[in-house]
Design a protein around this ligand. Structure first.
Ligand code: PLP
Length: 369
């Protein structure tokens, strides 16, 4: 028989297949983690178009970049995980929120870390289980690794307030835990990249040793270009040199060098003051469109006479809303209304448009009341 006869069929890694197979013209895809414009189309930021032209016109060569560069957010997470697995002096267990981005567990366990969860989301309040979170931080063995979503928590859209972050910082510090920030949506939460960096900057100010996995996929719309950064805070220039040397040793046998084109585009935007200002405005526009769609969805449900409290739709932030709909309702939405999203009740607000929000509200109302 074949060498691969015993390789089992794996489950699909994303939900777009059922959506593609549906022939209904007004089907709605709320499963994708990518921004869509108000026509439901993929969006390339004008600042990215301009930066890209500059990069192409500069006729740069295609030499290798330096070894230390990440392949978007996932690559940064993977490098961080490999580094922690090799060098973290304490227990190599990483605590992630329950729930978290579905890929976290796979990235960390494939890199050889043990994965545990801390309490985060309270399904009764459709909000943060702050008490549970603090209790779990305090209960974890001293010197554990804690992963935090820097802003716009995926999948819940529920973030701690600034005051709550301060308490989290204190609890983490008291236990001597190591903080690892995943920042995939900077700017998408509030429309303001500085505001969205609050938690990370506060932790650094408070003297935490942190590492950071950053993605420019969402806030620059560079998804397929794979632009990201892994950062780790060292205590001196000498330590930085040692860390840098080991990160090179980790990356070299993994993928040797990062891709250059998207990184050049991102760098052009970040280092050209006028383009940078333009980009900040475009990030805000994307965030604002999402905020508008949240309130339209909520007001449409209210207009239909829904007897449920939908205030979480507008209180949650970022690209996703955690509707509180169960798997049964999500299946009905797909089967009876051609509205596709993940079974955990998460919908991508970026997939809502002025055109489909009415039909979406009706579908949710029919399923849930
Ligand atoms: N972290 C979180 C929480 C995410 O939601 C995502 C993407 O959906 C990523 C990291 C990484 O994305 P990418 O590898 O496309 O930059």
């Amino acid at each position: 028989g074949s060498t691969w006869a015993n390789v089992p069929q794996g489950p699909p890694v994303c939900i777009t297949e059922a959506f593609k197979a549906d022939s209904f013209e007004k089907k709605i895809n709320l499963g994708v983690g990518a921004y869509r414009d108000d026509k439901g189309k993929p969006y390339v930021l004008p600042s990215v178009r301009t930066a890209e032209e500059k990069v192409v016109n500069a006729k740069l060569n295609k030499e290798y970049a330096g070894i230390t560069g990440s392949i978007s957010g996932t690559g940064a997470l993977r490098i961080a995980a490999a580094f922690l697995q090799r060098f973290y002096p304490g227990d190599k267990t990483i605590y992630i929120p329950n729930p978290s981005w579905a890929n976290h567990k796979a990235v960390f366990s494939d890199a050889g870390l043990k994965v545990q969860q801390y309490r985060y989301y309270d399904k009764n309040t459709i909000g943060l289980d702050f008490e549970g979170l603090i209790v779990d931080i305090k209960a974890a063995p001293k010197g554990s690794i804690f992963l935090f979503h820097a802003c716009a928590h995926n999948p819940t859209g529920v973030d701690p307030s600034q005051e709550q972050w301060k308490e989290i910082s204190e609890a983490v510090k008291a236990q001597g835990h190591f903080s690892f920030f995943d920042m995939a949506y900077q700017g998408f939460a509030s429309g303001d990249t500085d505001k969205d960096a609050f938690a990370l900057r506060y932790f650094v100010e408070q003297g935490h040793e942190v590492c950071l996995a950053q993605s420019f996929a969402k806030n620059m719309g560079l998804y397929g270009e794979r632009v990201g950064a892994f950062s780790i805070l060292g205590s001196s220039a000498e330590e930085k040199k040692r860390l840098d040397s080991q990160i090179k040793i980790l990356v070299r046998p993994m993928y040797s060098n990062p891709p250059i084109h998207g990184a050049r585009v991102a760098s052009e935007i970040l280092n050209t003051p006028a383009l940078y200002q333009q980009w900040l405005g475009e990030v805000k526009e994307m965030a604002d469109r999402i905020i508008t769609m949240r309130s339209l969805l909520k007001s449409n449900l209210e207009k239909l006479g829904s007897r449920h409290d939908w205030s979480h739709i507008t209180s949650q932030i970022g690209m996703f809303a955690y509707t509180g709909l169960d798997a049964e309702s999500m299946k009905k939405l797909a089967k009876e209304h051609s509205v596709y999203a993940t079974m955990d009740g998460r919908i991508s607000v970026a997939g809502i448009t002025s055109d489909n929000v009415g039909r979406l509200a009706e579908a949710i109302y029919k399923v849930k009341g």
